[in-house]
Design a protein. Structure first.
Ligand code: FAD
Length: 383
């Protein structure tokens, strides 16, 4: 693996860095307090080509490799995880799934708009009764002539109230577990689909997270994504790559923690000088720095495997597990450096900790990733 960025990758990162510093960092605290990012920023991500990264230009994407995708995702995570999540879901989980599994008609219908930021996607897997145990989902799709009629409920759906299309997973056959599931592209304005925002989140307050209720939602068979009964495979292939972008976002959180904590340690004076000269403060800073570097390298390793066509699912679990736990540690350490000032929202580290906390929960909890890694090591599934 070559750790030196190509000219193109370095240029993409520079554009992302400047955009984040100009358009996102100055607004992130306000968006968090107001409970919503400004969706104009999503259109800007589309104009910059970021929402089309890794998608072929013939499909409306901007091309690029997965390392460039990670670099952009890291920068967005450094600026505001609420913005980063919009891209990770709309591009990472939805557009990439359409690119990988979609028919010509599905690709033409959705990809140019998703890549331009003119439409957003959401990923409807989790249900009130099934989170980690997603293969047991209960939402039901039954055939009716040439259509499918879908009934059920989804919860915790990122972009849920903003999305134009839901990549929805439903049980379409009688086989139990993962075998009976199919994936559907459901336009969000389809009659019978209701969306309700979930309020009171610990973090990611600028991001829309929603419950979806499906009551007789009718879609044609042409809305099915991938073969009938292979929906779980569609979901798992999306998440294997999706976890790479969560990991990259976590590197961004940890990097933001590092920059904030180093800056503050140089400015804040106690005992007659900057707190940076106290060894125990330096320990906090160096712990954050080690976490940033290790998480970044693990994330780049996944991107490298994807781009070279090597197996990457276990590497993706390793990177997501480590980077998400590292982001929480980094934010906690940064808050410690800020002392009592870290506890009030005039300073950024409290938000970074609140936003980091969900990273060990979604796209597979830390426990589930340990089981996935354990299964890869032993060949024995513990779940
Ligand atoms: P549970 O599965 O009930 O787990 C509870 C606890 O039990 C966890 O600690 C878990 O690790 C542990 N546990 C469960 N099973 C085992 C086991 N076999 N061995 C050991 N420990 C176990 N979902 C979507 O489909 N789309 C989205 O866009 C989306 N966005 C989200 C955004 C936010 C802000 C949040 C909070 C969640 C989002 N989710 C989304 C849902 C998320 O993926 C789930 O919350 C996650 O998969 C965990 O499921 P759960 O919350 O039901 O927890």
């Amino acid at each position: 693996m070559d750790l030196e960025l190509s000219e193109e990758q370095a240029a993409v990162r520079q554009v992302a860095r400047e955009f984040v510093d100009r358009e996102i960092v100055p607004n992130a605290g306000r968006w968090d307090r107001e409970g919503s990012i400004d969706l104009a920023v999503v259109r800007q991500l589309g104009k910059l080509g970021f929402l089309g990264l890794t998608i072929d230009e013939v499909d409306g994407g901007s091309g690029g490799d997965h390392l460039a995708y990670c670099l952009v995702t890291e920068e967005l995570g450094r600026g505001d995880s609420a913005v980063r999540g919009v891209l990770s879901v709309s591009l990472g989980l939805v557009a990439k799934s359409i690119a990988a599994w979609g028919s010509e008609q599905q690709r033409q219908e959705w990809l140019p708009r998703l890549c331009a930021g003119e439409a957003l996607g959401c990923f409807g897997l989790t249900e009130p009764g099934t989170g980690s145990d997603a293969a047991n989902l209960a939402t039901r799709a039954r055939r009716d002539g040439g259509d499918w009629v879908i009934d059920g409920a989804k919860t915790f759906i990122t972009n849920g109230t903003w999305a134009d299309v839901v990549l929805l997973f439903a049980r379409s056959g009688d086989e139990p577990g993962h075998r009976g599931i199919s994936a559907f592209l459901v336009p969000a304005d389809t009659p019978g689909l209701e969306r309700r925002e979930i309020h009171g989140k610990l973090g990611l307050r600028g991001q829309a997270t929603a419950e979806l209720a499906l009551d007789g939602v009718r879609v044609p068979d042409s809305a099915r994504l991938g073969p009938e009964g292979k929906g779980f495979k569609v979901a798992m292939s999306a998440l294997a790559k999706g976890r790479m972008s969560v990991a990259a976002g976590c590197v961004g959180i940890a990097q933001a923690c590092l920059e904030a904590a180093v800056g503050y340690a140089g400015r804040r004076e106690q005992f007659g000088g900057p707190i940076a000269r106290h060894q125990l403060v330096q320990e906090l800073l160096s712990d954050i720095a080690v976490d940033v570097s290790a998480a970044r390298l693990l994330t780049w390793q996944v991107a490298d495997h994807v781009d070279r066509g090597l197996p990457f699912a276990t590497e993706s679990s390793v990177a997501k597990l480590f980077a998400s736990e590292a982001a929480v540690r980094a934010a906690n350490n940064a808050l410690q450096v800020f002392g009592g000032y870290g506890y009030v929202d005039e300073f950024p580290v409290g938000k970074l900790l609140r936003d980091a906390r969900v990273m060990t929960l979604y796209e597979g909890t830390s426990q589930i990733h340990k089981l996935l890694i354990g299964r890869a090591l032993t060949g024995v599934a513990a779940f």
